[in-house]
Structure formats: structure tokens, C-alpha cells
Ligand binder design. Structure first.
Ligand SMILES: CC(C)(COP(=O)(O)OP(=O)(O)OC[C@H]1O[C@@H](n2cnc3c(N)ncnc32)[C@H](O)[C@@H]1OP(=O)(O)O)[C@@H](O)C(=O)NCCC(=O)NCCS
Length: 499
């Protein structure tokens, strides 16, 4: 589950003017009201960041559903990783589906069939994640949905739909796929839960808890008791919070659609020039991934993620790598670097996927200056889609076998400082290589006609975002674990990408 977000920020639009007349003497009811007003004032404080405001609101939230589930409470301080409850005995797992409100029925979506994948595609197209201003909505293609939901070992039973009983219309969906997740030193078989979506007409009727309980039941039935999921909003209680970053590839298109602020004249020219990329990539040996690369990509990726991150998927088989990384037109691009001096030996790779957003409405005038169209000039057709590439996984060499010189050692004057210097040198080499690799990723994405390249501040991404002119967005993505307490993980230690 991702969070659709754009580059614009709303923070300046909120104000905090709550009049708060305090009478000379007051009763308990009045005190409660004053405290409530003061709290509200604190939440609207323009000095608070969006994250702080959300956290302040979360502290007051009741969570009728989540408070009954095996997840940490917002106020919990977690000091040790581990499950909240042990595996449930079979007789404690309901054998029958949960009861739905009358007029609705459960169904399984078989996304291998065109009919079902089209139904799901349409449900998401009309009802899935939007940005805060409802200007954009994620638009997953049918091929993308198949890629996301049919990895090796997937189960149709975990592609859970709800239909109207009278018309058979698909009105809700939630999915799970199996995944091995490593949280620090423990690897756990989990369900990766995604694509939770309710038809707009069914919102706020508490159907979500039923959807979550039903997919959980089905996951429990096969002996899996943990899950990983991401949500834009704050729930109890994220293990990590990542921020979106965006690299403009097509400034004009992003301005026309309201994704970024509209500029004209010299300012526009400046941005166009700033964001211009070379027409060809720079790394010798860069080429599209082939089937014969699968084994090496698996080794490189597992090694990179284990070395650099604390929450990561473990790719156990070549079959999984083939599924997730072999290029698929319009869905996933993977480029490997073949060492020019050793034919067939790979040194690095990167991958990104295509997730367009539908443009729901034209940008409001307040987001940019509107320019009057001269008479006789036809109106420009409004773009209907922002073509966004999202960074998926990559790997670079992380162990350079750095040895300090005697002079450097003497200057350090102790093992602790020596270790820190080795780490600094290592990070500097990783940063240089990753920046070159990502620069080429941007060039490839640009030649493939993407308008924007997005990533989170996870893995080593913060090493290249500034140099490569990514800007922070106003969207965050929170990572959650179900039935697993884990000490907080910094965004740079998140190595798990969710689609
Ligand atoms: C997300 C969505 C299914 C929630 O539906 P809703 O009608 O707002 O919520 P419901 O009344 O059915 O259920 C409310 C409960 O579900 C929880 N909930 C809402 N969205 C959730 C999410 N994305 N993940 C987990 N729980 C969620 C709420 O916190 C609440 O539980 P609580 O009282 O314990 O806090 C619906 O808004 C939707 O389809 N949105 C568009 C797609 C989308 O954003 N999907 C989620 C991607 S992460």
C-alpha cells in the first residue's frame, strides 16, 4: 500500500486562531472545554511539522479496531523484538469466513483471468489511493496487478474480494502474498498485505476491519502469523516512517497537471535547464537484465540488503528474482552492470517500476499563475496521466576492503575512531557509485518518457537525492508489522519496497 502524494506542500495553509476566553472562575465542564481547546490549538500549531501534527492527533485517537489487534499501542516503548502472541492452535482459527453486511458476499479474485484482473483494475482505477487534495489517483495497470499479486508461492485464497449480491459488482478488495521478511537478525515468513480498497460508496461503514480480519484468517489457516503492510496515514504503531522524494523529469507536464507549482518565463527556463539530463547513460557495461543474470542478481541483492538494512525481504530462490526483476514491458525495468573487464560478471544493478497516477482535476489557480490564452490559440488538451517511475531495488558493492595507512591510524589514536574512518570511506565510495547508478536510472526513465522519478528516503537513497535534484514531497509512508513488536527502525535502514 503506498500513499499517493505530490510535490506541493500544504503546511502554510493551516492556521491556529482559536479564541480561548478563560473566565475568572470556572467549573469542571468549563475546564474540560478549555483543555480541549488548548489541545486543538496545539494540534493546529503552524510551528508543528505535518508529522508532529499527525502524531499529536494519533495520541488522541481511539482505534476501536486496531486496539483489539496484535499491534503495539501508539504509546508503547518497544525495547525488544518479538511476536505479540505465539502461533494460534488450529481450533482457535475460524474455519468459516466472517459475516458480511447483508447484500454483500466474499469472492476470490483469480487475477490470472482477464475478466477478474480487469474488474480489479477498474475498482482500483476509480477508488484507490488519492493524494490529500484529490488531484491524483494511483492507476495500476492490469499487467502490474498480475506482477504484484502472482509471485512464486502466491495463493488465490489471499486475493479477497467483496461483491454485491444482487449485481455481482466488485466493491472491495484486499490482498496478501507470501514473503520472507528479515527484521534485524530474525527471518520470518509473513504475509505482505496490499491493495486494500473500498468502493467510495462504502466508506466509513467499518468494512475495513472485516476485510483485514478475513485476510488474516486466511493467512492464519496456512500457519503464518505475522504480516507487513504500509499505509500513508498514522495507525498504531509504525516500525518505520519514510518520506517520498521526487525527481522531476518532465517539468512542463508536472506543472500542467498540478503535480508541481506552475512557473512561467525565466523561472520555467531555469527549472527546465536544471532538470535536463544527458541523453545517454554513463556507466560502461550497463544493459537490460537477462535471464542468465538471475542468480547473480539474487546474490548481489541479498548481500546488499543484509549489509545495509534492518527490515528487508529475503529472496530465497532464483524463481522469485526472475519474477520480480526480469523486465516486463510497461511494468518493471531492471538494468545490470556487466564488468567490462570480466565478461558475464555483474557488479551492480538497479530497477524501477511504472505506477502512473490519473489526473483527477486541473490544478487550481492558486497553485500557480494562470496565463490567458491568446485568441485563436486552441486550448491545450489536459494531460490525463502522470507517468511516474518508482525506484525498486538496487545493489552496489558495499565491502571495499578498506585498509587505513599507518599515518591515518596514528591520527585516529584508537580503534573506535579507526572503525568510524573506515566506515566513512566506505560510505563515500558507496555514495559515489550509487549516485552514478541512479543518475543512469534517471536517464533511462527519462528516455522511457516518465515524467517523474520517485523514491523514499529508505536504503541508501539519502546519499544521492540531493546531488541528483530530488525534492522532498509532502507524503510519508509508514511501515507496520502485524503480531511482531520491533524496535523503531530508521528510514535509512528500511530495505523493503512495497508496491
Ligand atoms: C482505506 C479504506 C479502505 C478505509 O476505509 P474507511 O471506510 O475509511 O474505513 P472503515 O470505516 O471501513 O474502517 C475504519 C477502520 O479501519 C482502519 N483503517 C483505515 N484505513 C486503513 C488502512 N489503510 N490500513 C489499515 N487500517 C485502516 C481505521 O484506522 C479504522 O480502524 P480504527 O477505528 O481502529 O482506527 C478506504 O478509505 C479506501 O479504500 N481508500 C482508498 C484506497 C486506500 O487508501 N487504500 C489503503 C492503502 S494503504
Amino acid at each position: 500500500m503506498a500513499d499517493n502524494n505530490n510535490n506541493t506542500t500544504n503546511e502554510s495553509q493551516e492556521s491556529s486562531s482559536t479564541p480561548n476566553p478563560i473566565p475568572a472562575s470556572f467549573d469542571a465542564k468549563q475546564i474540560r472545554e478549555i483543555l480541549r481547546l488548548m489541545e486543538a490549538q496545539a494540534i493546529n500549531d503552524p510551528g508543528m511539522t505535518k508529522l508532529e501534527r499527525e502524531e499529536a492527533e494519533e495520541k488522541k485517537a481511539e482505534h476501536k479496531f486496531w486496539s483489539t489487534q496484535p499491534v503495539p499501542k501508539s504509546a508503547d516503548v518497544i525495547e525488544k523484538d518479538g511476536p505479540l502472541h505465539p502461533p494460534l492452535p488450529a481450533d482457535q482459527i475460524p474455519q468459516e469466513p466472517y459475516e458480511l453486511p447483508s447484500g454483500m458476499k466474499w469472492c476470490i479474485l483469480d487475477v490470472e483471468t482477464d475478466e477478474h484482473v480487469d474488474e480489479l483494475h477498474n475498482l482500483l482505477l476509480e477508488n484507490y489511493v488519492e493524494d490529500a487534495d484529490s488531484m491524483f489517483r494511483f492507476s495500476y495497470s492490469a499487467e502490474f496487478i498480475r506482477w504484484a499479486l502472482m509471485p512464486p508461492g502466491f495463493s488465490k485464497e489471499w486475493h479477497v474480494g467483496v461483491r454485491r449480491e444482487d449485481t455481482d459488482e466488485l466493491i472491495a478488495f484486499i490482498s496478501g502474498i507470501p514473503v520472507d521478511v528479515m527484521v534485524r537478525d530474525k527471518t520470518i515468513r509473513m504475509a505482505e498485505i496490499n491493495f486494500l480498497c473500498l468502493h467510495k460508496s462504502l466508506r466509513t461503514q467499518r468494512l475495513t476491519p472485516l476485510m483485514i480480519k478475513e485476510v488474516t484468517r486466511r493467512v492464519h489457516l496456512v500457519g503464518i502469523f505475522q504480516a507487513i503492510y504500509t499505509v500513508g496515514k498514522l495507525l498504531p504503531k509504525p516500525v518505520a516512517t519514510c518520506r517520498y522524494f521526487h525527481r522531476t523529469l518532465n517539468p512542463r507536464k508536472l506543472m500542467d497537471t498540478g503535480f508541481t507549482q506552475k512557473l512561467e518565463g525565466p523561472q520555467l527556463a531555469k527549472v527546465m535547464s536544471l532538470m535536463r539530463l544527458p541523453s545517454t547513460t554513463s556507466i560502461p557495461g550497463l544493459r537490460l537484465m537477462r535471464k542468465s543474470d538471475v542468480g547473480q542478481v539474487r546474490k548481489m541483492l541479498n548481500r546488499y540488503l543484509k549489509t545495509r538494512t534492518d527490515v528487508l525481504p529475503v529472496f530465497r530462490t532464483d524463481e522469485e528474482i526472475e519474477h520480480w526483476f526480469m523486465p516486463r514491458e510497461g511494468v518493471i525495468w531492471t538494468y545490470v552492470v556487466e564488468d567490462p573487464e570480466h565478461v558475464g560478471r555483474l557488479t551492480d544493478f538497479f530497477s524501477f517500476y511504472s505506477l502512473p497516477s490519473s489526473v483527477l482535476k486541473a490544478p487550481s489557480k492558486s497553485k500557480g499563475k494562470s496565463v490567458k490564452r491568446p485568441q485563436g490559440v486552441p486550448a491545450k488538451k489536459q494531460s490525463t496521466t502522470v507517468n511516474a517511475a518508482y525506484l525498486f531495488y538496487y545493489s552496489v558493492k558495499t565491502d571495499h576492503g578498506i585498509k587505513l595507512s599507518d599515518d591515518e591510524k596514528a591520527e585516529c589514536g584508537g580503534q573506535k575512531k579507526e572503525k568510524a574512518l573506515v566506515k566513512e570511506k566506505e560510505n563515500s565510495l558507496i555514495k559515489d557509485r550509487l549516485t552514478s547508478l541512479m543518475s543512469d536510472a534517471l536517464i533511462v526513465a527519462s528516455t522511457q518518457k516518465f515524467d517523474v522519478f520517485n523514491c523514499l528516503d529508505m536504503m541508501d537513497n539519502s546519499m544521492f537525492t540531493t546531488d541528483l535534484k530530488f525534492g522532498p514531497g509532502d507524503g510519508y509512508l509508514r511501515y507496520y508489522l502485524f503480531n511482531y513488536m520491533a524496535r523503531p527502525v530508521d528510514s535509512t535502514k528500511v530495505g523493503f519496497v512495497m508496491l
